[in-house]
Structure formats: C-alpha cells, structure tokens
Design a protein around this ligand. Sequence first.
Ligand SMILES: Nc1ncnc2c1ncn2[C@@H]1O[C@H](COP(=O)(O)OP(=O)(O)OP(=O)(O)O)[C@@H](O)[C@H]1O
Ligand SMILES: [Mg+2]
Length: 471
Amino acid sequence: MPKEILMQAKVLIVEDDRGLGEMLQEEISDAGLQARRVDTAEAAITLLGSWMPDLIVSDLRLPGADGLELMRRVQTEFPENMPDILIITAFGSVAKAVESLKAGAEDFLTKPINLEHFMLTTNRILEKRMLRNEIKQMKGLLDGGDTFHGMYGRSRAMLTLFQQIRQVAKADGPVLILGESGTGKELVARAIHCESKGRHKPFLAVNCAGIPEHLLESEFFGHEAGAFTGAGKPRQGLFAEAEDGTLLLDEISEMPLPLQAKLLRALQDGKVRPVGSNREQQVNVRVLAATHRDIEQLVKDNDFREDLFYRLETFPLRVPPLRERDEDIDLLAGIFLAKQAFAAGKPIRGLSERAQEMLRNYPFPGNVRELYNAIERAVVFCRNKEIRPEHLPARIQKHTAQNTEGTGRQLMNAIRINEDSLPSLEQVEQHYIRYVVDKMNGNKRRAASVLGIARRTLYRRLGEPENADAV
Ligand SMILES: Nc1ncnc2c1ncn2[C@@H]1O[C@H](COP(=O)(O)OP(=O)(O)OP(=O)(O)O)[C@@H](O)[C@H]1O
Ligand SMILES: [Mg+2]
C-alpha cells in the first residue's frame, strides 16, 4: 500500500503501562502515522467523540473497563466508520484474546511486544482497511443513481434519453439509434432490450459492416443445406435465433441495398425466407438498428432505401455527443478513473482542477470511447495522487494549448489592438461578444451561456430583436 495513504492513518493506543504505551506511540509516529495515547477505556470513548482513529491498539487488561468492553462500546456507539481493533495481551491470557477475535478484533499480539512485528501487524490492518474503504467508495460511486443499465449520465440530455428508452421499450416497433462513434449506441440498444418484455430472451448484435456481403443474407435469415457453396448443414439465421428477443443491426448503413429490401419485408410482415428455401418463416423479433452516419443524406444519395429508413425512423433515438454534456464528462471521467485506478492498484484520488478543465474543453471526436482510453492512459502514467494535464494524451493537451493561444491572438486581431488606438472596454466587450457568437456558429443560446449572460441581454447587445432566430 502506498505510503501517502497510510500516512494519513490515525492510531489510538489504549495502554495503562505508560512505558509500553509511549514506546508504541513513538514507533507509530516514527512511521509517519498520527498517534495518540490514553490509559483507560473510558478516556478512549471520550476521545472518540472528537477524534476518530482508523485503528485502536488496546491492552486487554485495563483499570476499569477492559479491552473487550471497550471494543463492545465502540461497536455499539460508533457503528459507522468503526475503527479496527488490535488487542495486546499478557502472555497466558490467550483464551481471552481469542474471545476478542470472535468479538471482532482484527488481531492480537502477546507481550512482550516485538516492535517490528507490531508495526507489520499495524500496517497490514491499515492496508486492509484502506482497501475496504476504496471498495466502499467505488461502490458508492457506481451505485450512485446516475446509472441506467450500465450507462452513466446525469446531463439533462442523457436523462431525457433514459426516459425515451423506457418509452420505446414498451412498444414493439423497430428503433433507429443515431449518434456519433463512441457515444454509447450499443449500450442504448442493450438498455432497450433490458427494459422490454423480451428481456429474458436473447439479445443478439450483428455488425453489418463486419460480414462479407455474400454471407449476410444467410447470416440474417439462415439457409437450407447446400443452398450455396460452403453451405453444408442447414443453419438458423439471427432472426430465428433471436426469437422473442432483440436483434441489433449495428452499422445498418453498410447493409447492401438488396438485403435492405428483405429486411423491410421482415419488419413489415414478420416473415423471413432462409436462403435456398421456398418456405417463409414467421419471426417475432424486436429489431434495433444503429449507425453513426448521416442516414438521411444516404437516403438522398440513394445509398439507403427510403422506405426502410421510414420504417426504422418511427422511433428514432439520438445519443448526444459527449462534448454537449459537460456534467457527463466529469461523471464518466470520475467513474472510469475509480475503476481503472482500482484495477491498477494505484491510489489516485481524482483529477486536478486543470486536468478536469482540459477534458471539459476538449471536443472528444471519439466521444465516450475516447474519454475511456484517455483515462486508461492517464492512470498508467500517473505517479501522483491525482491525474494532472501532463498525464492526458498529447492531443488533448495540445487542443487546450492551441485554443488558449488561438483565442488570445484571434481576439487581438478581431479587436485590432495596436499601440496607437487602444480600444475602450465597451469596444472590447462588443468584439468579444461577436467573437463568441461566431465561435458557437451563431448559436445564441450557447453563446449566452458561454458569456454568462441572459439570452435577452445578448440580443440587446447585438442590436437584434429577440426572436431573430429560433436556436
Ligand atoms: N454513458 C456511458 N456510461 C458508461 N460507459 C459508456 C457510456 N457511453 C459509452 N460508454 C462506453 O464507451 C464505449 C463506446 O460505447 P459504444 O460501443 O456503445 O459506442 P457506439 O456508439 O456503439 O460507437 P460506434 O459507433 O463506434 O460503434 C464502450 O466501452 C461503452 O461501454
Ligand atoms: Mg457500436
């Protein structure tokens, strides 16, 4: 266990033998831990009200209440965040020490105390405790209520999406899942399946771009024995295998046009025909289709059947790009970090303010997948308690560097600052407002949000009527 974590640990020594108590306290302080000492169980209980240690090292025999009694009182009075207990006992009272183990002590040591052994035991107990705490923390994070079938999100956009998923899951029709690469379309598909009545039936996913064109039809609808070269035994297609369940057609845009026609028929009549067969089969499958491409454009270019598009488009779901949901960047970065730091056994507590800022400002063309990879890399390179900018991938660091540098320069150009004619504050403001509107591609809502002013104020400053556009 890393030193810095153990160093924050607090140890309370309860020992009436002053010489021994002070020696143990010194040993613990020397190891860099915080240590305090009292000589009765009663004094210990009083101290716990204001100073809660991670470990209590207690003599079994004390004047007044003994070590066992102290342990019971700690258990009943401080059940939350209860410290671990290490019992010290005189040689000969081992039976009682064993009793203390049964009552919940972590370990016991017999006098005379070997200091090296004492420190080893102390460290082992504290390490175990830290690990337990980390697991608890991580579980808290993972069960924090921001998850929906393994998908994390707390942005308004994602909460809306979760709601839409619940709604479409109740219906039977096909669903078209749209969104940039890495936004989580596959997770959305799984969530729909988990919310629908076929949740106990199979969920199958097929990547339409990953199967050779001549095999696709048989993959989907199955084939008869010897239907084509290489088709030995008959085979059920995915539609039949997913019966009563869900079939995800990933990268639907890559499906060849002739097959699109057959898919449409399957969607409309629930009928499929295995290759080489003249009998149609009735199937009952929930079909989900996903693509990261602009499918409407493909329809315009005649690369995707319009009728199939309309059939799929009854229930469209859009998974928003990560850059449009800052809250999720923070949340996901935290979760990925907790999971990966834990897996790597590294005591990384979080992201530094600047690293977090960098992530928020980065446009994430690869969306959640890219964020995941960025954190994975950062954990590998991080040797501190927190992820800092230098641990992030170069392109994320570069983006921030270019942007801050670029912003300054462009602003200067826009305002045309030179020594002879320095602009007034009012002029600078005016230029900056226009600069931000420009940067946001004319989106006034986002510009106002970046500027931190009301949209109404923005329109006034631009000298435009409020309903000038409906962004
Ligand atoms: N909201 C989320 N919470 C947790 N993990 C997520 C979330 N969104 C995406 N991921 C993770 O990001 C990765 C990419 O997600 P997924 O494969 O679903 O993206 P996709 O939209 O299907 O991408 P592509 O278009 O490239 O196929 C996966 O590892 C997924 O688990
Ligand atoms: Mg995918």
